[in-house]
Design a protein around this ligand. Structure first.
Ligand code: HCB
Length: 215
């Protein structure tokens, strides 16, 4: 089976909410030594984005989203241990990541976390709906190169701004790069709140962090 066929099957498994098929595609990809990052990025991720679009068009509803997310997680969880994540020992630096306070959306943030690990960063994934105070605490303890926050709702984006203020108050803002992402987030928003880097997607995030890490 070609890489494109595997990617398409992964996408369809999410689009049709099929947990078993998502696991099977992942296993087939492993068995044939396929490019696993592509299966995630061009397969499962595209599937969940399309389900998201259908949701916005009111063609599917919340239970469908949850089922699609479940299929995606089942496939990605199988692939994760085989991605070579951290194979270079996280030598490029630490990256603290989480979904911002008040927000439980975790799929995109977890994809970014995986891609950063594969790229050689030591990722400290704090989870979702993480209090700004806890993010600051982790930054003080871990002294990462960067902290990335994900916001999927207009109502929680404001907490990315609050984090900027809290990092300043803790006296560590100038020692850490801040990275913001999530569907409603934009370069304009990053500029407005004084975040260092806006990332449109996981690849964009890795590329931009690689650039600053190598400067
Ligand atoms: Co949810 N939800 N949801 N949801 N949800 C959205 C986000 C809406 C836009 C849907 C809509 O109404 N049109 C909407 C927000 C409206 C708004 O404020 N503008 C919404 C709402 C309202 C809600 C609830 C309040 C619904 C309810 O309960 N009534 C509730 C949230 C409660 C809360 O958080 N307190 C809710 C719940 C859910 C779930 C649980 C059903 C499920 C989440 C499951 C999970 O994450 N474990 C869910 C989902 C899946 C979505 C949609 C359909 C897809 C989000 C997603 O996973 N996209 C979404 C609609 C949409 O976005 N089109 C909808 C796919 C990923 C791959 O994309 O953008 O997250 P991404 O990540 C990209 C990119 O942004 C970037 O890289 C990622 C990978 O390429 N990136 C970063 C992201 N984070 C980054 C961090 C970095 O540092 C760097 C880059």
């Amino acid at each position: 089976m070609t890489q494109e066929e595997l990617n398409e099957r992964a996408k369809q498994a999410v689009l049709t909410y099929k947990v078993d098929e998502a696991k099977k595609v992942a296993q087939d990809a492993l068995d044939q030594g396929a490019d696993l990052v592509q299966v995630i990025d061009k397969g499962f991720t595209v599937g969940i984005q399309e389900v998201g679009d259908l949701f916005e068009q009111k063609k599917v509803f919340l239970p469908h989203i949850m089922a699609a997310a479940g299929a995606m997680s089942a496939g990605v969880d199988l692939l994760k241990p085989h991605l070579g994540a951290g194979s270079v020992g996280g030598k490029k630096g630490k990256f603290v990541i989480c979904t911002i306070e008040g927000d439980i959306h975790s799929i995109g943030k977890d994809i970014v976390a995986i891609m950063l690990e594969v790229a050689g960063y030591q990722v400290i994934n704090l989870g979702r709906d993480v209090l700004c105070d806890d993010i600051v605490k982790s930054c003080v303890e871990n002294q990462p190169l960067a902290v990335g926050t994900s916001a999927l709702m207009t109502s929680t984006m404001v907490n990315q701004k609050a984090l900027e203020e809290k990092l300043k108050a803790a006296g560590i803002r100038d020692k850490i790069l801040t990275n913001v992402g999530g569907a409603p987030v934009s370069q304009d928003w990053a500029d407005q709140i004084g975040a260092d880097i806006y990332s449109e997607n996981a690849n964009d995030c890795v590329a931009k962090i690689n650039k600053v890490a190598s400067d």
